[in-house]
Design a protein around this ligand. Structure first.
Ligand code: ATP
Length: 422
């Protein structure tokens, strides 16, 4: 089997007035394990259903190996789907369920038996061939669903939260198995999940989605270590997001103030200025003795310590008033932090990331860019940009990218969105 290349070009899906997918551009090369990650309702399943052919795009293109799929019905696309609820036939045995996929292919009885045998072996279900679905566990049923999808040799396998119904332990085991299976068969996997750990464990690359848009695309490490927006940082687990004022370039990064304390954020855009967020992963926070001095250190008080097996989660109240988490490896020694302990917290500058909040610096740059366009009223432009850049805005301006990196390149977008008569 070999994987196919999938390209989504300016893909949009509207249901009546509601925009579920708001212009997605993605390229998934052959054999990639690609995940669409995001909270409920962000448009993951709708995107997957369009690739499968179950939904027709309102705008844009879906290319499979460079061929536009617009006119190809679902059963003719070289793409198969595995659903969360398995969708097995209860009255058929395991092997009959798997063979069902071959019904519309010209295979002899012998060929068919061999392919069913191979597919069941691939998912380690050979010994259950004669059972019916109600005689199998959830994990076993999902393996059968996988075998039924793989037997057709699709170029792309679409998986919609396939492990969602399983308990945590089985889920973790199957994540590893699924990844190993994907590497063995070489098919392109497009995997939908709202579980960040699952996406990080299995994927070659992840697209983090929000409100029908892609916020960031990249390999797991990049998405986790170098989130480009506060949204991504927050969605990818505990991120200790703190309000800050960014003061532009300084030695070692960007100068940021949290309350009365000035620190250096070595990650993120050193040019950032104005209202911003800073973020640090809890495993990077260093807890030191009270009074320890040096750069990027703040006084703090231990609120409480939570024991979670491999780590201790220490909840800290900073002198700036913010509450953060530090994760300390459990080395087996006696508990080291007690509620009320005064400590010093270090945010190593190479772990502290500054993220623009869509504040004045971004607006000024964008304003300058659009102000030269005489056909636009400056007031309308600024209003539109302000609404768009506001992190709390519930009504993003249609047509404008949500990605901060693209926010400064907005002239065309604004021209398209803001009416030219003032
Ligand atoms: P979940 O993880 O909950 O499945 P999701 O990210 O997969 O969420 P989608 O199922 O793609 O989200 O739905 C995106 C948005 O589109 C949701 O607000 C949903 O209510 C809406 N939506 C989906 N299908 C339809 C439809 N047929 N008609 C109207 N709205 C729809």
């Amino acid at each position: 089997m070999a994987g196919g290349e999938v390209q989504l070009v300016d893909l949009v899906k509207r249901f009546g007035e509601f925009t579920a997918v708001a212009g997605i551009n993605l390229e998934m090369p052959p054999g990639e394990f690609f995940s669409l990650l995001g909270p409920s309702g962000c448009g993951k399943t709708t995107t997957l259903r369009m690739i499968a052919g179950f939904e027709r795009p309102t705008e844009g293109q879906i290319l499979l190996d460079e061929v536009d799929m617009a006119q190809t019905p679902p059963h003719k696309r070289n793409v198969n789907t595995v659903f969360q609820n398995y969708a097995l036939f209860p009255h058929l045995t395991v092997e009959e369920n798997v063979a069902f996929g071959l019904k519309y292919q010209k295979a002899t009885k012998e060929e068919s038996a061999k392919r069913v045998g191979d597919a069941l072996e691939l998912v380690q279900m050979s010994q259950f061939a004669k059972r019916r679905p109600n005689q199998l566990s959830g994990g076993q049923q999902q393996r059968v669903a996988l075998a039924r999808a793989l037997i057709l040799n699709p170029k792309v396998l679409l998986l919609d939260e396939p492990l969602g119904a399983l308990d945590a332990k089985l889920r973790k085991r199957l994540q590893l198995e699924l990844k190993a299976l994907q590497e063995e068969v070489g098919i392109t996997f497009i995997y939908v999940t709202h579980d960040q750990e699952e996406a990080l464990t299995m994927s070659d690359r992840i697209a983090v989605m929000s409100q029908g848009r892609v916020e960031q695309v990249g390999p797991p490490k990049e998405i986790y270590e170098a989130p480009s927006t506060a949204y991504v940082a927050d969605f990818l687990g505990v991120s200790n997001l703190m309000d800050a004022k960014a003061g532009g370039v300084t030695v070692g990064g960007c100068r940021v103030s949290i309350g009365d304390f000035t620190l250096v954020a070595g990650q993120g855009d050193a040019d950032t200025a104005g209202d911003a967020k800073v973020t640090i992963r809890p495993e990077r926070v260093v807890i030191e003795e009270q009074g320890a001095t040096g750069q990027n250190r703040l006084p703090a008080m231990v609120e409480r310590t939570i024991y979670v097996g491999s780590t201790l989660q220490v909840i800290l109240h900073l002198a700036t008033g913010q509450t953060i988490q530090a994760w300390v490896p459990n080395t087996g020694s006696d508990e080291r932090y007690h509620s009320g302990d005064a400590v010093t917290v270090e945010f190593p500058s190479d772990s502290l990331r500054v993220l623009p909040e869509g504040g004045t610096a971004v607006l000024e740059e964008a304003e300058l860019d659009v102000a030269t366009d005489a056909s636009l009223s400056r007031r309308r432009v600024v209003n539109a940009l302000t609404r768009w850049a506001a992190p709390s805005s519930q009504k993003p301006v249609e047509g404008l990218s949500q990605h901060p990196a693209q926010r400064v390149h907005t002239r065309q977008h604004v021209a398209a969105v803001v009416p030219s008569t003032s």
